[in-house]
Ligand binder design. Sequence first.
Ligand code: ATP
Ligand code: MG
Length: 149
Amino acid sequence: MVKDNSVTLKVKSIGENVSLVRMVVSGFLFPYDLTFEALDEIKIALSEAVSNCIIHGYENAEDQEVTVKMEVKEHQLTIQVIDTGIGIADIEQAMEPAFSTREEHMGLGFVFMQTFMDRIEVYSQPGQGTTVLLHKTLPAGEQKIDEVG
Ligand SMILES: Nc1ncnc2c1ncn2[C@@H]1O[C@H](COP(=O)(O)OP(=O)(O)OP(=O)(O)O)[C@@H](O)[C@H]1O
Ligand SMILES: [Mg+2]
């Protein structure tokens, strides 16, 4: 029986916190018996979402906040990545492969998120911010550890 769990993390909008978020999701998902590859794919998708908040949402301003809510409920992983930055005017266009509003970027973040997760949802209002939901069904195996601490 795999227990449900949830963790909410609020981090300052600095690039260093992308790796912090990756570490926390690794710890959060440890009990759920994922392969190394599956865990790595989730970490890549999440890194892309958090990087987007910092680079685009906050235009690299380092005094803002990104919220990451991780939840497992009945084998369904949902990770919400929330910023209160500039928002996205045209979500459909933003999600197109190779579309970027920044010259130095490849426009592949949403492609990675969509490739590595089962499903993603994007909600955004210009001037209000952006919320990205990353969904994935976890394997229905035994939990590695029952209790911690
Ligand atoms: N949180 C966000 N806030 C505002 N705009 C965003 C946000 N996330 C994505 N966008 C917009 O969507 C576009 C596409 O995002 P995507 O991650 O696919 O590519 P990119 O970030 O431009 O390039 P890459 O991820 O390859 O470095 C961005 O260029 C940006 O205009
Ligand atoms: Mg990106």
